[in-house]
Design a protein around this ligand. Structure first.
Ligand SMILES: [Zn+2]
Length: 322
């Protein structure tokens, strides 16, 4: 990995561009913003723009360095606000983890694999290699409406899981997807890959429909501010831990038939297993099938699409642990 730094924008905050040594990533550059505190301390890495349309998370990542005073900061805050620069102007949408897996589901990656495998590998093994915590910010592709939540990976190791849960509690939400330890056997989100090495990463999700909205931007930024305080990087107060629910099974809601999808669920709703949460109709409004909840839990996200082929994902539901 190489970084070409420009001049400091303000004392302690520099900007630049990073490139990676893997030949498969030749020509791929990412902007980087790095805040170096007056004292040595932890390294907090924050990335966004894995999914190029998730505007609130990108806007938050661009802004967060300005939330801190380098003179009263310990350690380093390193930010890649736009990872998937190759998708700028392409409006490439998030893809489900099955099938044509996108970068979000490709960790730990593979330096000999596809472009996404190589980029996943470079992000966690080069740029974030020494990160005390890695935050991967997301939120609401062009066709997605999200609940606000955090994803962490549970391991069954109580000491590690408690630290990951403390990091999640920095984000203002009652909903934490704490993926079941069995997920660690598969490629997945960055939090899954790093947890297998007993290192902490979390995914923050807030935003809707590719719009940069002030509340979602503030939600991501506040989470990072509290996380920096928790890590002892600022003199800020560490909040009392929030009451959070841990959800360990994340399932897709899919369309049972091809047709027009009429959804009767929205992010944050509680739904019971098997409950009717909408219908699919034909082009004359006649019901073809009921949409059933695949499991009990909270609706985490909803797709906006009106027409769905059979089996297509139209939302996600996460079930509480235990
Ligand atoms: Zn995303």
């Amino acid at each position: 990995m190489q970084t070409r730094w420009e001049n400091e924008t303000t004392p302690g905050i520099r900007i630049g561009e990073i490139t990676f040594g893997n030949p498969a990533l030749k020509g791929h550059t990412c902007p980087i913003i790095e805040l170096s505190g007056a004292e040595a301390g932890p390294r907090l890495c924050v990335m966004a723009g894995i999914h190029i349309n998730e505007a609130s998370s990108i806007a938050a990542a661009i802004a967060i360095a300005g939330d801190f005073d380098p003179r009263h900061f310990r350690g380093t805050l390193s930010i890649i606000p736009i990872v998937s620069t190759h998708n700028i102007f392409k409006y490439t949408a998030v893809s489900p983890p099955s099938g044509d897996r996108d970068l979000h589901w490709s960790y730990p990656g593979n330096p000999q694999g596809t472009f996404n495998d190589c980029l996943a590998d470079a992000l966690i093994n080069e740029w974030a290699a020494n990160a005390d915590v890695l935050v991967d910010m997301h939120g609401g592709d062009l066709d997605e409406r999200m609940a606000r939540y955090v994803v962490i990976q549970s391991t069954g190791d109580p000491e590690f899981d408690a630290r990951a849960e403390a990091a999640a509690a920095c984000f203002d939400t009652p909903l934490v997807v704490a993926l079941h330890a069995s997920a660690m056997n598969e490629p997945g989100r960055c939090c899954t890959a790093l947890a297998a090495r007993r290192r902490i990463a979390l995914v923050s999700e807030a935003g809707d429909f590719g719009m940069a909205d002030p509340d979602s931007i503030a939600w991501h930024r506040n989470g990072i501010r509290e996380l920096a305080a928790l890590l002892g990087m600022t003199g800020g107060n560490v909040r009392e831990p929030r009451a959070q629910q841990y959800l360990d099974q994340y399932e897709w809601i899919t369309s049972p038939e091809s047709g027009i999808v009429e959804k009767a669920f929205k992010p944050g709703d509680w739904i019971e297993e098997g409950a009717c949460i909408g219908i699919v109709t034909d082009h004359y409004g006649r019901e073809k099938a009921a949409i059933r909840a695949p499991q009990a839990g909270y609706v985490m996200m909803q797709k906006s699409l009106q027409f769905a082929p059979r089996g297509f994902w139209i939302g996600a539901v996460a079930r509480p642990r235990g």
